[in-house]
Design a protein around this ligand. Structure first.
Ligand SMILES: [Zn+2]
Length: 372
């Protein structure tokens, strides 16, 4: 059965706020709660489905991944791939939704984790180097991946140990009576199938290496070492197993003039003494191209000019960082005789006396402001 869209499940639009999402989920949870719908399998499924949707849409990180990659983002290990969410997980979130942990008491069993185990191919990990400009704007990368796929001509037969169920039952006698537990078949590893025939160039699992170009959409705002998952683009699994995932690890290239700090960028601007005294305009680098900025006459060294929204977009979609331009007044190290005389004459000139005003914040105050 195809998985329904999480927004559709909760009956909200893609642009819904966190409050709207929470409200919608509360409504669904109350309607389909198992205490209100005893022995109703349909309600149980809807209850679980809503919980899963809320689990993702209420979490900024998961929501961003879902918006980008859809259900693919959570398939397989660590996701909801197995038997869906477990009831304990769902109820553990209820304190948050219904407040103070009240509302519903505990919930008596009845839901097995279920689900047939499917063998999963191994994951592949690949590093991708991005420029700051690519990170700022988002980019689609074509990545060459060496992955194992099922070799054509490989045939499978039903595993004789488990008769294809992938599970073997074990009966044990306990003080509570006879208990039957199921575990993965040791012969086929849970796949229910084993290799019948395979071509000579295939490995023991009937797989062979290929090179494939995978297109990966990288959202704006990713950070160094972040890992993006492309579901199903890892190694294939034998038989009816599911493919592993391709894990794309982000590597950020150093920029020649811009330094990144979270979503903010820093740029060191050097101005000459005459420019600082008389005022000027300077061209600076940004992640979207060069920009000309005005430097006021009488600018102090250490002044920070903040260009709002010229930083990196937040990966969670909350606006953009700023570009902070640090003004450094360049003091000449050598002077001509004439220039030296000029400055000698200015030594006791009142215009050259430092007179910091309250609006000229100290370096430490500026640093404090920058992080606030
Ligand atoms: Zn088996």
């Amino acid at each position: 059965m195809a998985k329904r869209d999480y927004y559709e499940i909760l009956g909200v639009s893609k642009g819904a706020t966190a409050t709207e999402i929470k409200k919608a989920y509360r409504k669904m949870a109350l309607k389909y709660h198992p205490d209100k719908n005893p022995d109703d399998k349909d309600a149980e499924a809807k209850f679980k489905e809503a919980a899963e949707a809320y689990e993702v849409l209420s979490n900024d990180d998961k929501k961003a991944r879902y918006d980008q990659f859809g259900h693919q983002a959570f398939e397989g290990a660590g996701g909801f791939g197995g038997g869906g969410m477990n009831m304990d997980d769902i109820f553990s979130h209820f304190g948050d939704i219904f407040g103070g942990g009240g509302g519903f008491s505990g919930f008596g069993g009845g839901f097995g984790s279920g689900g047939q185990r499917r063998v999963k191919g191994s994951n592949l990990r690949i590093r991708v180097t991005l420029t700051l400009e690519e990170i700022a704007n988002g980019v689609e990368k074509k990545i060459k991946v060496k992955r194992k796929v099922q070799a054509p001509g490989t045939t499978y037969k039903t595993c004789s140990t488990c008769n294809g169920s992938g599970q073997v039952a074990r009966v044990t006698n306990t003080i509570l009576g006879r208990m039957q537990t199921a575990s993965a078949c040791p012969t086929c590893g849970g796949a229910g199938q084993s290799i019948d025939k395979k071509p000579a160039d295939a490995d023991a699992q009937g797989l062979k290496p290929t090179e494939e170009t995978v297109s990966v959409k990288i959202p704006a705002g990713v950070v160094d070492n972040m890992q993006l998952k492309v579901s199903g683009k890892g190694n294939e699994a034998p038989g009816n197993g599911i493919s592993g995932d391709l894990l794309v690890v982000i590597e950020e290239e150093d920029h020649a003039t811009l330094k990144r700090e979270g979503d903010n960028l820093h740029y060191d601007l050097y101005v000459s003494l005459p420019d600082a005294v008389l005022g000027t305009s300077k061209e600076i680098d940004t992640v979207t191209g060069k920009v000309r900025i005005k430097v006021e006459a009488g600018v102090q060294s250490g002044k920070i000019l903040r260009l709002r929204g010229k930083g990196i977009p937040s990966i969670n979609g909350y606006g953009k960082g700023d570009l902070l331009v640090h003004v450094n007044v360049w003091t000449p190290k050598t002077l001509s005789k004439q220039q030296k005389e000029f400055f000698e004459n200015m030594k006791n000139d009142e215009h050259f006396e430092p007179k910091p005003e309250s609006s000229d914040k100290s370096f430490f105050e500026k640093v404090k402001d920058m992080f606030s």
